[in-house]
Ligand binder design. Structure first.
Ligand code: 13P
Length: 250
């Protein structure tokens, strides 16, 4: 049985005051749920604060991105080893906002995934289609290409230490959650794709759903066979909303 994971991507939101109060409530509210893995992805400057508040607790944390290079003349960038230096276990790679706004293509995302694993981080590979791609019947083709780029760079075995997040772009921040049936269909497609390469890896792989996850829809989503948790944006910014999602996992 795969453990359910609820991960909060705070995107470019927060302040020291907000991080303190949010984390104190999240730590208090998630301490006793042994069936659940919880992680938060704060903006880089708040990582040391998250580390100091959450160290020794079951809560894990990660970066929202990393540079593919280990170090060097890359002004404004952050490397994988810098994230592990602040206790990160995870890092997001290929979030749709990185792909759409900052031009990260499939090969670039694959390089970041590889760099994450070289630094000892567990990459959370984000994949998903736009509304135009869905309406053109290209969802599976787009998601497959996003995964294939990483498989070509790092191989199927690397997914023994990785997480996949299916985030349909049209559902992110729009309130338009994919129905559990729509999400399950793509999750099953992803798992089948891995199963064709390695049954054990496919069986163990955690595939999170992201896109307007809320307390009111999380239980239905998490009940589906191939949905192993959620990557939560907006609802991870208030403790009450985030904990409502966590409470869907018994
Ligand atoms: P929302 O939950 O705000 O739709 O964001 C999802 C997301 O992008 C998480 O990475």
């Amino acid at each position: 049985m795969r453990r359910i994971m609820v991960a909060g991507n705070w995107k470019m939101h927060g302040s020291q005051t907000m991080v303190r109060s949010l984390l104190e409530s999240v730590l208090a509210g998630t301490r006793d749920n042994a069936a659940l893995d919880v992680a938060v992805f704060p903006p880089f400057p708040y990582l040391p604060l998250v580390q100091s508040l959450a160290a020794g607790s079951p809560l894990a944390w990660g970066g929202q991105n990393l540079n593919p290079h280990a170090q060097g003349a890359h002004t404004g960038e952050v490397s994988g080893s810098m994230l592990t230096d602040f206790g990160c276990r995870y890092v997001l790679v290929g979030h749709s906002e990185r792909r759409a706004i900052y031009g990260e293509g499939n090969a670039d995302v694959a390089a970041r995934y590889q760099a994450a694993q070289e630094a000892g981080l567990v990459p959370v590979l984000c994949v998903g289609e736009t509304i135009e791609q869905r309406e053109a019947g290209k969802t599976e083709q787009i998601v497959a290409a996003q995964i294939d780029a990483v498989l070509a760079e790092s191989g199927v075995q690397s997914f023994g230490e990785a997480i996949v997040a299916y985030e349909p772009v049209w559902a992110i921040g729009t309130g338009l959650t994919a129905t559990p049936e729509q999400a399950q269909a793509v999750h099953a497609f992803i798992r089948d794709k891995f199963a064709a390469l390695d049954g054990t890896i496919a069986g163990q792989l955690r595939i999170l759903y992201g896109g307007s996850v809320k307390g009111s829809n999380a239980a239905d989503l998490f009940a589906r066979n191939d949905i192993d948790g959620g990557l939560v944006g907006g609802a991870s910014l208030t403790a009450e909303d985030f904990l409502a999602i966590c409470r869907c996992v018994i």
